[in-house]
Design a protein. Structure first.
Length: 370
């Protein structure tokens, strides 16, 4: 891979010499380009092995048809993990994943390859929709703006919007005691009063008894039955094999009443799943277990960041001290008839919304009675 590039324009001029191929299965992509693409991994949901788990255990009826777009040139490779859904193409994303990113080298080399893919996608669709893009990773502007720039350069009209919020804790060298002293008083009082009511164990390898406890607790929690349970267990087993797994279980009189699934990777702890038995809510076992896992990853694993995923859950703000935005990027090829019609509809809808303040009665609404 060439390391000396005079300018973005010089690199982009080489882009037409890159080739684009499409792969409906990640297994062949792993065999041919796995090593090259794994160089761009920054977290648990960038690896091709994650997409392999999704392919083997994910929901076939709702996840769309996988379509991995791969650009190759003398100066490197890049890929976009995508999915076909009807006439549109979307990011190959699952609710378990905290983010979705392009797999590409940093800088002008990667930008040129991403532009090649964006240009070639016009032969496949009139609309590309990407979601859960981070704005703080990699280059100065992050994946969201990087992809928006690549698609604009390829002739697409793009629209970026905020789709979610990521909750994080920057440890900044603190001990758990320092961190805990800054938590809300009610949390600290709850732990002091309830900690002795449960015993806590934390496993760093996959153990069937712990996972069975987690599944049983999740089923008795306010969340109900776990969706895609086979995929989640496959993730936990793979993370256990890699030494990244942290599974905590809280027990009251020997009975599991709370469980959590974390992983630790590259100085970051990820909180994937947590649940407690609704019938034992009065024990506050979830608070006790969370505190134990925070202490473990801060004082033992020495992480720099704790990532609590996305969502608007208020309790996450009690444990975290920072938020990062996640973006959706919609790209429309206005030169195609379907793209032009879609863009026109969006423009009209936006204009009506501005004129009416968003209060519009549907044109085909039924007359009101009375």
């Amino acid at each position: 891979m060439h390391s000396s590039v005079a300018s973005w324009e010089e690199t982009a001029s080489a882009a037409p010499h890159a080739s684009v191929s499409y792969h409906e299965s990640v297994s062949k992509l792993q065999a041919s380009h796995g090593h090259a693409l794994d160089q761009f991994v920054t977290g648990p949901f960038d690896r091709l092995s994650w997409y392999r788990l999704l392919e083997d255990h994910g929901p076939k009826e709702t996840g769309g048809e996988p379509l991995f777009a791969l650009a190759e040139a003398d100066y490197g490779v890049a890929a976009l993990p995508l999915a076909r859904r009807g006439r549109a193409i979307e990011s190959l994303h699952h609710v378990f994943a905290f983010t979705w990113r392009p797999l590409a080298p940093e800088g002008a080399l990667g930008d040129a390859l991403l532009t090649v893919i964006a240009r070639d996608l016009k032969s496949r669709t009139h609309r590309v929709a990407l979601e859960c893009l981070p704005g703080e990773d990699g280059s100065a502007e992050g994946s969201a703006e990087r992809l928006a720039r690549a698609f604009r350069k390829a002739g697409w009209i793009t629209h970026r919007s905020v789709c979610d919020t990521n909750h994080v804790l920057a440890v900044r060298g603190r001990s758990f005691a320092d961190y805990w002293a800054a938590r809300p008083g009610q949390m600290r009082t709850t732990l002091k009063r309830k900690a002795k009511k449960v015993s806590v164990s934390i496993a760093t390898e996959f153990r069937s008894e712990d996972w069975d406890a987690y599944r049983a607790i999740y089923g008795r929690s306010w969340k109900g039955e776990e969706q895609d349970a086979a995929l989640l267990e496959a993730i936990a087993r793979a993370e256990g094999d890699a030494g990244r797994l942290r599974v905590g279980v809280a027990r009251h009189d020997g009975e599991p009443v709370a469980a959590q699934f974390w992983t630790v990777e590259a100085d970051t702890a990820y909180i994937h799943k947590l649940a407690y038995d609704a019938e034992h809510r009065h024990l506050s076992a979830g608070t006790t277990l969370s505190a134990a896992l925070f202490e473990h990853v801060i004082d033992r694993d020495k992480v720099d960041l704790i990532d609590f995923g996305t969502g608007s859950d208020g309790y996450k703000r009690d444990w975290m001290d920072g938020e990062r935005l996640r973006y959706a990027l919609t790209c429309i090829d206005w030169r195609q008839p379907r793209g032009a019609a879609l863009l026109a509809a969006k423009v009209v809808a936006k204009g009506v919304e501005m004129l009416t303040g968003g209060k519009v009665r549907p044109l085909a609404s039924r007359p009101r009675r009375g």
